[in-house]
Ligand binder design. Structure first.
Ligand code: M6R
Length: 369
């Protein structure tokens, strides 16, 4: 039940610190990631030369963050394939390919068919799933469960942050097994994981009212754009999907570098644009590129709403609004940056008088192809 919350979505957004903490719990020992479900699979992880992550919708955006984590830590080429595109061509997969599927429900037909197809082609399959005993994990060689708890609202929120968390754990684990992550790197990443729930709670506590107020002012907006680079890109896509799904407003997410290749033509005075700003501590270059993107859209009259880490003053001269997230490692930032976007979509839908839990035309679990 909703337990006093106005909607399941509001409850589930608020439950995100626990969703992350519960997904990490029992999987860390002495600065190392230990995933009991993956015991005995070290040879498999040493033998693979390619990872394909397959999923639909929000889970496919978690997959994009997972790609970066697996490539950075495990040093294995990783690609993301939308499950419904995967088997309608002739993908290059074989026994050295690990196909990781991501599904909250574990029943999404498109994703299930992709997993079955991968198995038939001889690939090894690993599922990241939030529902114990669901069909997709049963059809896979291995499973890492997310422990977000039941997600009722159609718009996925806490399952998404738990999926990213599970993929971070998986990337670190495989990196340690393959020797591409040092003990010191592992300990630092584990400390980041342990600090993450508190930081999510901080974003909720400090930015909820601010973001909800922004959404209230924007209830008549017809279109919102989202820009990000690196792991900010999938978060831009997720911010746009949340808004489309529950507030029925046209929204697009772009890789910020694509702007000058077309989308900047959309910018006209007053166009609201959310920009996910990566920390300058991780890459001064990446940060500078995003700040220059902000200047470009600002010069054309965009209304710029920036999501940036605490203390980043470089964004201040060019932003109409600044939403702050705590300092975190580069691959951990998406878990924090998505929270304001979820709150924005929810508050905007609420301001329009819509039912955020049951958006039109959508089902929680898509069990048809
Ligand atoms: O249950 P799954 O994770 O397999 O669902 C995949 C998508 O259908 C799902 O994430 C969908 O995009 C959500 N409604 C997004 O909020």
């Amino acid at each position: 039940e909703k337990g006093g919350w106005p909607s399941f979505m509001a409850k589930e957004v608020a439950e995100q610190p626990e969703a992350v903490a519960n997904t990490v719990r029992g999987r860390i020992r002495d600065g190392e990631v230990v995933i009991p479900e993956l015991d005995g699979l070290d040879d498999l992880f040493r033998g693979i030369d390619r990872v394909i992550i397959t999923a639909c919708g929000t889970a496919s955006y978690a997959a994009l963050v997972g790609k970066y984590a697996i490539e950075q830590w495990a040093r294995i080429p990783a690609d993301v394939e939308l499950a419904h595109e995967f088997r309608y061509r002739d993908p290059v997969i074989g026994e050295n390919t690990l196909v990781v599927s991501i599904s909250q429900s574990g029943e999404t037909m498109d994703t299930l068919m992709a997993v079955k197809y991968a198995r038939e082609r001889g690939a090894r399959t690993l599922s990241v799933c939030n529902t114990q005993g669901a069909t997709i994990p049963r059809e896979s060689d291995a499973v890492v469960y997310t422990h977000a708890g039941p997600e009722v609202a159609v718009a996925s929120t806490k399952a998404f942050v738990a999926q990213i968390t599970a993929l971070l754990l998986l990337g670190l684990h495989v990196g340690r097994v393959r020797g591409s992550v040092s003990a010191a790197e592992s300990a630092a990443a584990v400390a980041e994981l342990e600090a993450l729930p508190g930081k999510v709670a901080k974003v909720l506590a400090e930015e909820q009212a601010h973001v909800a107020q922004l959404a209230g002012w924007m209830a008549d907006t017809r279109s919102v754009l989202f820009l990000g680079r690196h792991v900010g890109y999938p978060i831009a896509l997720e911010g746009a999907l949340k808004l489309k799904e529950i507030s029925y407003i046209h929204a697009e997410g772009f890789a910020a570098g694509e702007l000058k290749h077309g989308p900047i033509a959309l910018i006209e005075p007053g166009q609201p644009v959310f920009v996910l700003v990566p920390s300058p501590r991780h890459s001064a270059l990446l940060h500078a590129k995003v700040v220059s993107n902000i200047q470009e859209i600002r010069a054309r009259g965009a209304r710029v709403i920036v999501i940036a880490e605490e203390g980043d003053a470089a964004v201040l001269p060019f932003a109409d609004e600044v939403i702050r997230i705590p300092l975190a490692g580069a691959l951990f930032e998406p878990v924090l940056a998505v929270v304001p976007l979820q709150i924005f979509a929810m508050a905007l839908a609420t301001a329009k008088g819509l039912d955020v839990d049951q958006p039109r035309n959508l089902a929680k679990s898509v069990t048809v192809e």
